[in-house]
Design a protein around this ligand. Structure first.
Ligand code: ADP
Ligand code: 5GP
Length: 211
């Protein structure tokens, strides 16, 4: 049975989705598919000091900024959260997240566990999803298959993966990205269930309770 999202009713209040998981678990792949299928869902483009990978576009995948610019943005309070991951700094821009939520739209952040913890403290209503690999060996194979990182970076990402995985119990939803189609279905199921919550659908409630 495939999900039919074409008649999916827009909630009055959008949701802030936070997707976390170790590098190489397939977060970016799953998130891209979710953005293409779930209506009124946008992606929060983070700022990073890391160099762009082949095919990455500034403003679409990340805002690529210098160390100095990142520090200025931290100082100015421009980030909802920020963290250092594998020697590079990343941060979620506060303004676009707040603007999307104020418009009643949903927004999705793909950030690490340190960042997720900061978002939880600032916005406890956010929905936290952790992407798990079928095994650690799978992460290694996927990172090598992606061919975007040097051996030293792959080793660093694997060491950090163990650390990130050990925090999975802090998240509300666990998604095992084994087969990609199953991963897509699991992510869609989580996003849709959250958007159907009564607390996000005041106008539907009043339609049936008024008078
Ligand atoms: P992350 O964003 O978590 O670092 P990516 O989405 O870049 O991970 O995925 C890492 C690599 O694994 C990519 O080459 C991607 O195509 C591949 N991949 C992602 N999900 C799966 C899956 N379920 N099965 C096989 N390969 C996958
Ligand atoms: P990558 O360099 O592979 O795109 O991302 C490396 C790690 O940084 C991933 O775990 C990713 O989720 C995380 N990350 C990306 N953007 C942000 C952000 O804005 N904040 C935080 N805390 N982590 C981020």
């Amino acid at each position: 049975m495939s999900l039919n999202l074409t008649r999916f009713a827009r909630p009055d209040r959008g949701a802030l989705f936070v997707v976390t998981g170790a590098s190489g678990t397939g977060k970016t792949t799953l998130v891209k598919e979710a953005l293409a299928t779930i209506p009124n869902l946008s992606f929060s483009v983070s700022a990073t000091t890391r160099a762009p990978r082949l095919g990455e576009v500034s403003g679409r995948d990340y805002h690529f900024v210098s160390q100095e610019r990142h520090a200025e943005m931290v100082e100015a309070g421009a980030f909802l959260e920020w963290a250092e991951v594998y020697g590079n700094r990343y941060g979620t821009l506060r303004a676009p997240v707040e603007a999307a939520l104020e418009r009643g739209e949903s927004i999705l952040l793909e950030i690490d566990a340190q960042g997720a913890e900061q978002v939880r403290a600032a916005l406890p209503d956010a929905v936290f999803i952790f992407i798990l690999p079928p095994s650690i060996d799978t992460i290694e194979a996927r990172l090598r298959g992606r061919s975007t990182d040097s051996e030293a970076i792959i080793q660093r990402r694997l060491a950090d993966a163990r650390l990130q995985l050990s925090r999975c119990g802090e998240f509300e939803y666990l998604l095992v990205n084994d087969d990609l189609n199953s991963g897509y279905d699991q992510l869609q199921a989580i996003l849709i269930a959250e958007l159907l919550r009564a607390r996000r659908r005041a106008s539907l409630v009043s339609q049936f309770t008024a008078g």
